[in-house]
Design a protein around this ligand. Structure first.
Ligand code: NAD
Length: 479
């Protein structure tokens, strides 16, 4: 496969204005897979203009008609599940099983939001005068600029596009330059489902294309998923423009294992909370904090499992972990580990890494000091840091000593402790005796340097809505 794709603008596939192109890679073979245009400001302007026109047409449809289209988009993604999962596995290197789950989640997102338009009701507000009716209606913010990262391409596209369309908005989506293929497929399926042209535009490109979209005057709200550093650049473009944003940024999440937990029985769930998707997971529970009395036992179990992990191509059903997304990402991960060793950390266990592709071996580090860069910063690779704690208070202190606030996990048999930790952990999502479970009806997002705003659930659609207040005085009957 070596396809040359265009952007999707106004329902048409078009090439980039200046002819510049980007190569998209097969992460396992480390070989080119396809090319896409490298969009410029003119492409963004054309897409925003198409979205503006498409949004009026979309909002003019009856809510029930919009629901039918959203439902059908979900149905078509489901129809093409295996084809989409194969594209995703090949491009990203994620395992076939995980790529399939990603496609399933995209289906769930569209099906969940297909129930929204007919239920997106405003409120009636009591007034002091019975002749004065006060009510609100939910209206779309207009055109949404959606910018996505490369770790969950079809999921990130779906969790932005589905709620934005459900709220009555039109979207200009800029996928990550590494992973534009399933975003383009989503656009094609949306038109097959009957979405009016212009309601979903996909403009391919890198940082400059993203910056042009974030700065475009016709964009009413920006939904961004990516690193905290890029999120700040997006925020700087929004500042003073009077436009708003939802920022889903990085994390360095704690995963706390207490001695009373069934940690041997839950070992895979605990480790995969950090290693899934080769650690390219915003919620990765990569700060693994284990109660002191079980620390050595846990470390032995974890080491044996990490050494036995089957690392291989995403397209091989036997693989448990695939390659990283790019040579650049592999160098970045390797740099983190080298600096950690220089800081005094130790490699306690290391898995395998096949030759070829962008592989990095799953790695367990111990002898961690809280000041180390590898403990504080997001590695975005299969690297787990192991540290211990003595009691609940120390566990909480260590868990919350981070600039991030995206997610956290607690493994314990003590319900009272679990509830206290849910309350006191500084994170947008807390999992108890599980990790990384997600459903489209539940809001997702972070605090601190992990961003603001929410995706998914009703909150996800409300991000793309504005509440209009109406005061209506009935015409007084003639006396
Ligand atoms: P990135 O910040 O490098 O890029 C994200 C997107 O922003 C890409 O599409 C990129 O082309 C674009 N971009 C780059 N510079 C830009 C600029 N100046 N203005 C506008 N857009 C610009 O992130 P990445 O390396 O693709 O993804 C990894 C990061 O994403 C990690 O930090 C991860 O934690 C985060 N992430 C967060 C979530 C979440 O929901 N919180 C989910 C997935 C990934």
């Amino acid at each position: 496969m070596n396809d040359a794709h265009g952007h999707l603008i106004g329902g048409e596939e078009v090439g980039a204005g200046d002819g510049a192109r980007l190569e998209v890679f097969d992460a396992d073979a480390a070989a080119p897979l396809a090319t896409v245009p490298d969009g410029d400001g003119a492409d963004i302007d054309a897409a925003v203009a198409a979205a503006r026109a498409g949004q009026r047409e979309w909002w003019a449809l009856a809510p029930y008609e919009r629901e039918r289209v959203l439902r059908r988009i979900g149905d078509l993604i489901e129809r093409d599940r295996d084809r989409l999962a194969a594209i995703e596995a090949r491009n990203t290197g994620k395992t076939a099983a995980n790529a399939g789950l990603d496609v399933d989640f995209a289906v769930e997102a569209f099906h969940y939001y297909s129930g929204y338009p007919t239920r997106a009701a405003g409120r009636q507000i009591p007034t002091p005068d019975p002749a004065l009716l006060c009510y609100t209606r939910l209206e779309p913010v207009g055109v949404v600029g959606a910018i996505a990262a490369w770790n969950y391409p079809i999921v990130l596209a779906a969790v932005k596009v589905a709620p934005a369309l459900a709220a009555g908005c039109a979207v200009v989506l800029k996928p990550a330059p590494e992973t534009p293929l399933t975003a383009l497929e989503l656009g094609r399926l949306a038109f097959e489902a009957g979405l009016p042209p212009g309601c979903l535009n996909v403009v391919c490109g890198g940082p400059d294309t993203g910056a042009a979209l974030a700065g475009a005057h016709g964009v009413d709200k920006v939904s961004f998923t990516g690193s905290t550093a890029t999120g700040r650049a997006v925020l700087a473009r929004l500042a003073g423009s009077g436009r708003a944003g939802v920022l889903e940024l990085g994390g360095k999440s704690p995963n706390l294992v207490f001695a009373d937990a069934d940690y041997a029985g839950s070992l895979d769930a605990i480790l995969m909370g950090a290693l899934v998707n080769s650690g390219q997971e915003c919620c990765a529970g990569a700060r693994l904090l284990v109660q002191r009395e079980i620390y050595e036992d846990f470390r032995e179990l974890a080491a044996a499992r990490i050494e036995s992990l089957r690392v291989g191509p995403g397209t091989d059903p036997a693989s448990e972990i695939g390659p990283l997304i790019s040579a650049r990402q592999r160098e970045r991960v390797s740099g983190f580990v080298e600096r950690a060793l220089g800081d005094g950390a130790r490699v306690w266990a290391r898995g395998s890494a096949p030759e070829g592709g962008f592989y990095y071996p799953p790695t367990l580090l111990d002898r961690i000091d809280e000041r180390m860069e590898v403990w504080r910063e997001e590695v975005f690779g299969p690297v787990l840091c192991l540290d211990s704690f003595d009691g609940d208070d120390e566990a909480l202190r260590k868990a919350n000593a981070t600039r991030y606030g995206l997610a956290a996990g607690v493994w314990t048999a003590d319900l009272g402790r679990a509830l206290r930790f849910v309350n006191e952990l500084e994170a947008g999502t807390v999992w108890v005796n599980s990790y990384l479970e997600q459903t489209a009806g539940a809001p997702f997002g972070g605090g601190k340097d992990s961003g603001f705003g929410r995706e998914l659930g009703e909150a996800g659609a409300l991000e793309f809505s504005q509440e209009k207040t109406a005061y209506v005085r009935g015409i007084r009957p003639r006396s």
